[in-house]
Design a protein around this ligand. Structure first.
Ligand SMILES: [Fe+2]
Length: 251
């Protein structure tokens, strides 16, 4: 249970998911924008430690300021997942890394796999799927072709990308499912109307700021995340953490 954020349940059905991964679970936390002494750092760690998914997915902007090494280290250390903890970088993480390149080691020291245009094969019951992660698409740092060049065979591919700006590239590669953040769900929304901006590059619809989307044969979920940027206020836009269940059956 997570009183300070909505816990959204997303089920994704695909006949391409191998039998060994039927019922695969994943949890996503994104856009924490942690800074030293962040008031939500403890609650976030508590929530992450309370979950036990098969995969943990952190989709960027964990850092707001480079000095939040303790907070980000504690958050990732709290994540336990049998099939791995995966992280991709957001625009704020890259800014923090420009100031202090060792921050990536702070994340890796927790056991998390930071995927910078890379992919990992995971196996269960003799079946395989791939988890790929790209560097921040909102600043054109992604290289999806490079990440997917590391995959082999026509297996199910789950992609982590900070921003939904990856959508065209992911659809062109027929990636099965993409998890994104960055938008903060619009952060400042209007009642009944919802987000005014998508957080993605223009032209784009405010609809892209949150929720489930389909691009060609690729499906994506944009999580509203837990933090804020620029103005420390969310209006009509609750923080969100996401829990996924992937099942093997026709969509
Ligand atoms: Fe971002």
């Amino acid at each position: 249970m997570c009183g300070w954020a909505d816990e959204t349940e997303v089920e994704f059905a695909s006949p391409r998911l191998p039998a060994g991964f039927d019922g695969l679970t994943a949890a996503q936390v994104t856009d924490t924008h942690l800074r030293p002494g962040h008031p939500k750092a403890g609650a976030l760690c508590e929530y992450v430690a309370s979950q036990c998914p098969d995969l943990w997915l952190f989709t960027g902007d964990l850092f707001e300021k480079s000095t939040a090494t303790q907070e980000v280290g504690a958050l990732l250390s709290a994540a336990r997942a049998e099939l791995g903890v995966y992280v991709v970088l957001g625009n704020n993480d890259n800014r923090a890394l420009e100031r202090d390149a060792t921050l990536i080691e702070v994340m890796r020291a927790t056991g998390a796999q930071v995927l910078v245009n890379e992919a990992r094969c995971i196996e269960r019951d003799g079946d395989q799927i791939w988890v790929a992660g790209v560097d921040d698409p909102s600043r054109d740092r992604h290289d999806l072709a490079r990440a997917l060049a590391q995959t082999r065979g026509d297996h199910f591919r789950l992609l982590l990308a900070h921003s939904v700006d990856i959508r065209k590239a992911a659809a062109a590669e027929a990636v099965d499912f993409v998890v994104c953040g960055h938008s903060h769900g619009g952060q400042m929304c209007l009642p009944w109307i919802g987000p005014l901006v998508s957080g993605a590059k223009q032209p784009s619809s405010p609809r892209l700021a949150r929720g489930v989307h389909r691009f060609g044969t690729t499906w994506a979920y944009v999580c509203r995340g837990t933090g804020t940027s620029k103005i420390p206020i969310r209006l009509w836009c609750r923080p969100e953490v996401t829990r996924y269940r992937f099942v093997r059956r026709p969509a």
